[in-house]
Design a binder for this molecule. Structure first.
Ligand code: GLC
Length: 532
């Protein structure tokens, strides 16, 4: 049986505001994305996931949706999305939309009705509660963006729940009408041919019915993100959630081979449950360990990979994420030289990789002056802002990096170093970050060992390196990664002949001695390997 496309393929995340501005208003849009499909095809990715493009007051840049079945005018029209879909499909690219079921915008007509009176038919579509006896919020739950998760609404004298911004009221997923309305949203887009969904905060849809207080997180330190202040004992991963995920999956499955991806920040043991006991829930519960790990170290990474592979349910397919619109970019976290090694890791591990736009050219976090911070999480706390990883894509060395016309003020400033780090410059440089990414994608696509092959870690003494084998039938690759800025030597106790297929430095090939393998600082090697 042929494996489904989402197992063989590589997903590329586009943050639409920042990808390509076609109408020169300083904000990226859908026609802009369509104009870059040739680039994505040339790059060699298989599927594009778009962060939300629906009508929104943009309190959380599209994650606050006022209408699930239309397109925000800043991004274009429904016809533009249909054209993007058709043009993507014509190039063999899949299109995945973001689905945000946990909350709507407070400007969504459902919430407008819900807040109108206590007896409104949509009242129970959201989570309303009387004040505590002292008039304060019903319990201690805190919002991911800081402060109480409850907002008092004068008109009806009750609090509503918002786990994120005050303009993002949480829907009540215990109300079957809400569930049906949201499954209808999925159908609306499936009918139009989208290839799947990335489901926002999937593990948080249900909250404790008794509204019990969350315990404080004993490890949280002032200055760390608000979302870690409490342990989400009563707001995350609640009993009943799996029925909802199963229902989403059933809805997708009636349309053929579509993919269900879940945004789930949970420890790996608990994450695994989201594949479903019968593998009937998310195809890919996002595996965020590479974006949440505190230090980028060989030992830790090997432990993460080995454990994840060991606990993966039988028949479940792994996936790896290196960056997204919520976390600092890998080139900033690990450094640009090391980011090449990270890219080799991402694209040679077993499982579907997700690449965040710009990471393929080695983009670092941009600098955004405090007065230009847009992100609700960064308001008053610039150190927590996510704007830095959302700066415009760097297409060329011209004004505004080719993202927008010269003279236009872009919604976030273009990164300072864009003249050396952009698609046009790197395309012409055989040793560039972009050339490395493209070569890795090409090798991955053409090698069953890399797309579908088994994974096995190789034991070696060197603490700074991680070596593993990928194998399918007769094809074998060794991946040897140096996570340090010093030269390293590895002695592999395997008998065989090695041939360098790719170095992260792009300047090395030919036969290699596996008994004394030398890796230069921050070097990764992809080695074709045959047993003798
Ligand atoms: C998810 C999104 C994030 C958003 C939040 C609320 O975590 O990735 O960007 O702020 O959900 O929708």
């Amino acid at each position: 049986m042929q494996p489904p496309w989402w197992q063989k393929g590589v997903i590329y995340q586009v943050y639409p505001r920042s990808f390509m501005d076609s109408n020169n208003d300083g904000i990226g849009d859908i026609p802009g994305i369509t104009s870059k499909l040739d680039y994505l095809q040339w790059l060699g990715v298989d599927a594009i996931w778009l962060s939300p493009i629906y009508p929104s007051p943009m309190a959380d840049f599209g994650y606050d949706i006022a209408n699930y079945t239309d397109i925000d005018q800043v991004f274009g029209k429904l016809e533009d999305l249909e054209r993007l879909l058709q043009q993507a499909h014509a190039r063999g690219l899949k299109l995945i939309l973001d689905f945000v079921p946990n909350h709507t915008s407070d400007e969504h007509p459902w919430f407008q009705q819900s807040r109108a009176s206590r007896t409104n038919e949509k009242r129970s579509w959201y989570i309303w509660h009387d004040p505590a006896p002292d008039g304060g919020p019903p319990n201690n739950w805190t919002s991911f963006f800081g402060g109480s998760a409850w907002q008092f609404d004068e008109k009806t004298e009750q609090y509503y729940l918002h786990m994120f911004d005050v303009k993002q009221p949480d829907l009540n997923w215990r109300n079957p009408e809400v569930c049906q309305a949201m499954y209808d949203v999925l159908r609306f887009w499936l009918e139009r041919g989208v290839d799947g969904f990335r489901v926002d905060v999937l593990w948080m849809l249900l909250k404790d019915e008794q509204l019990r207080d969350n315990p404080p997180n004993p490890n949280w330190k002032p200055g760390e993100a608000h979302e870690y202040r409490q342990l989400g004992l009563y707001t995350e991963d609640q009993p009943g959630i799996h029925e909802i995920v199963r229902e989403m999956r059933r809805t997708l499955d009636t349309y053929g081979e579509r993919v269900l991806i879940g945004e789930i920040y949970l420890p790996p043991e608990r994450l695994m449950h989201y594949y479903g006991e019968m593998l009937d829930e998310a195809h890919l519960p996002f595996n965020f360990q590479f974006v949440t790990m505190p230090t980028w170290e060989a030992r830790v990474i090997r432990q993460i990979v080995d454990k994840y592979e060991a606990i993966l349910p039988e028949g479940a397919w792994p996936n790896w994420v290196l960056g997204n619109h919520d976390r600092p970019r890998i080139a900033t976290r690990a450094g640009r030289e090391q980011a090449r090694v990270a890219q080799m890791l991402l694209l040679t591990l077993r499982g579907t990789p997700t690449c965040y736009y710009g990471d393929e050219i080695g983009m670092e976090n941009g600098s955004v002056p405090p007065e230009m911070i847009h992100d609700p999480r960064g308001k008053g706390h610039p150190e927590l802002s996510r704007d830095y990883e959302r700066t415009p894509m760097q297409w060329d060395s011209g004004p505004n990096a080719g993202f927008s016309a010269p003279g236009v003020t872009t919604w976030l400033p273009v990164a300072n170093d864009y003249q050396s780090w952009n698609v046009a410059v790197e395309r012409d440089d055989a040793l560039s970050f972009l050339s490395l990414t493209r070569e890795l994608l090409m090798l991955r696509r053409s090698s069953p060992a890399l797309t579908l092959g088994a994974y096995q870690a190789i034991d070696e003494e060197n603490e700074s390196c991680f070596v593993y084998l990928r194998q399918h039938d007769e094809q074998r690759y060794l991946v040897a990664l140096n996570f340090s800025a010093q030269e390293q030597e590895i002695h592999l106790a395997i008998r065989g002949r090695g041939h360098v297929a790719l170095s992260t430095s792009m300047d090395r090939d030919g036969a290699i001695d596996l008994s004394a393998l030398r890796l230069r600082p921050n070097e990764g090697l992809l080695i074709e390997y045959s047993i003798i």
